[in-house]
Design a protein around this ligand. Structure first.
Ligand code: FMN
Length: 148
């Protein structure tokens, strides 16, 4: 069984819900998923030793937040190169954050980009069956890809 870390920031809880559904999807694929708020990742040991990483960030002012930026600088010290990378986040209109995070994972950390790329979901669909399914699918396919 492979181990996937789903690490996220969420101000008002929307991206947090996505994190939980995505982790469920990873588990549906038969892999282990650990969910952490990025504020709870304090040492490199908290970050290392996973087989794959899915980072979550909402979009504020067409950007990732300062908390996420600080985390991304910190995470460059991790042993992430060659690991499978995914990124997600909720948004209302522009949804820039997931692709910003995903690009950092691919180009800066030299991780392997997940074939479904980054994943963003409008905040008004997260609580619908369709929204939950979309998150489950993202996590499940990630779990299937990491097995290969
Ligand atoms: C002050 C403010 C600025 C925002 N800026 C953007 C934005 O630039 N683009 C966008 O798509 N959504 C924007 N949003 C909407 C949030 O991304 C959306 O509410 C998201 O679901 C919040 O996620 P969270 O609950 O995980 O914090 C903004 C929201 C607030 C309150």
């Amino acid at each position: 069984m492979k181990k996937v870390l789903v690490a996220y920031f969420s101000l008002t809880g929307n991206t947090e819900k996505m994190a939980q559904f995505i982790a469920e999807g990873v588990r549906i694929s038969g892999q282990q998923a650990v969910i952490k708020r990025i504020s709870d990742i304090k040492t490199i040991d908290d970050l290392n030793n996973y087989d794959g990483y899915i980072f979550g960030s909402p979009t504020y002012h067409r950007d990732i937040t300062e908390t996420v930026k600080t985390f991304l600088f910190f995470a460059r010290k991790g042993n992430l190169a060659g690991k499978l990378a995914g990124a997600f986040g909720s948004y209302t209109h522009s949804g820039d954050a997931p692709s910003i995070v995903f690009e950092t994972m691919e180009y800066v950390y030299k991780m392997v980009p997940f074939k479904l790329s980054s994943f963003r979901l409008k905040d008004d669909v997260i609580d619908t069956t369709e929204g939950m399914r979309a998150c489950h699918d993202y996590g499940r396919v990630f779990g299937e890809e990491i097995e290969k």
